[in-house]
Design a binder for this molecule. Sequence first.
Ligand code: PLP
Length: 390
Amino acid sequence: MEPSRRVSTLHAGGDSGWAIYFRALAMREAGQPVTMLAVGDHHETTPEPVIAHMAASARGGHTGYTHIPGTPALREAIARRVQTRTGVQTGPENVIVCSGGQAALFAALMAVIDPGDRVVFIDPYYPTYPGTIRACSGVPVAVAARPEHGFEPAAEDLGAAANGAQALLMNSPNNPTGAVYGPQTLAGIADVAESHDLWLISDEVYETQVWDGTHVSPRALPGLAERTVALGSMSKSHVMTGWRVGWAVGPAELIAYMGELSISTTYGIPGFIQDAAHFALTEGTDIETGTTANYRRRRDIVVRLLEGTNGLRLVPARAAMYAMLDIRATGMTGPDFAWALLEAEGIAVLPGESFGEAAAGHVRLALTLPDAELEAALTTIVRFAADRAR
Ligand code: PLP
């Protein structure tokens, strides 16, 4: 018996980046010291008050089936937050709670495309994007955002790819590049979305991690709210990656259809998880600001230690919990550099190539270590790159 083409072609193209990550895990299991800068997960665990709230909710009886599109309280809290941050009128009817930003992306795509529809997305990209588009029976169409343009996409490139497309998927603040799309890029995206009548899916899971510039949700641009689905998550902002709680915000009618879809998928997100998320959103301001401050401080460490070094160029780190290093001066590819760094120094980073062709010759560091360990790793990386650049 053959599996469906849908599942057996999800990951066409392969990916050397995850092989490095798995090798790093195997080295660690074999007792070798490994410094892990490969994945975007916090080294801290979720703050105790959130865990206590989750446990109290479960003990209080919120363990049964719950409201499928999300508890009224959490939908209301998300709507209020989004309205405050964007200025766009947002009510609970515009919000659906999902199993993390990833499931929100899947649900949004399922709600806006039909089998065979083209979905434009921007390279470099979060590596699940092409597979998620294929999982929804769409056709992924990558548009390169070049390093020389600060990794922001050009409107003419998007316009050319958008012919006959149904949706455009964007991610600002961006993983892996740290780009925060400026007014000109956003105006170009708005123009392409309107002139090609596209749905716009805006992945904003890093909206609390902006170091330079201003994040503007495309939902806040004139006329775009009716064609935009914005995705958010508790994962990065509140140290809640493993809780799998996020959301999609969009036109009420589309959100209602996404609610119908979740009857066939998750049948709702656990009530005690939603209660904990509600607590974190409404009473966990210190968690959010503390988490943001941690990454801002680590980003400043990266800037201090890497600027002006030989063999490396730090891509301006404007946002998100990562740093992209241009290592082309070493003469190495991203995978060559990353593998050699792992084998020689026990430091795991991901090659830019695992995020798309536009990031070739780069590596991405996740700033997910305590400051002193991060400083030590960066010092080693600087020496390693300088040795190769000679
Ligand atoms: N979008 C981007 C750009 C990400 O980097 C991630 C996770 O790293 C996600 C979405 C998914 O986040 P989650 O499903 O944990 O909310």
